[in-house]
Design a protein around this ligand. Sequence first.
Ligand SMILES: [Zn+2]
Length: 154
Amino acid sequence: MITEDWIKQCATTDHDRYSRHADRERQNDDLTLAEIEQALVSGRILEQYPDTGRPCRRSSRIPTSELRAMSQHCAFCGHKHLTAKTTRYIHQQADELLIVDDVPCLACDYCGEQYFDAAVLKAIEAEHSAIVRHCKTPQAVKPVAVESFNALSG
Ligand SMILES: [Zn+2]
């Protein structure tokens, strides 16, 4: 069973992972990783789910130790095989985008959901913040096309 102490320990020692889905939700809500961590450290468990053999689906934030103990099950489909890969990751901070290639993750062999170590996401968030503050110059800058669906031809 997941306990508050266990969540706090995972959150304060970077022994956790974010699914790509959870990370997108976090960025859509304009929350930093530090704000999520603070909520986990000071929050309470409001509801326990039955033990389905999968981590809590609602949070999609899975402590690394839990994943290892569960033979790295996918939180979304329950598939047992996650494979270490690298992928392209797009970080959004307000209207600023940062594209990072070759980001390490675990990917579900069945549904494709990806999981990122909190430490990896923290490094990306810090790098993007430095670029936005003009403390660091990115390797390349590319124009990004923006379109409204109503303006699409077709
Ligand atoms: Zn899956």
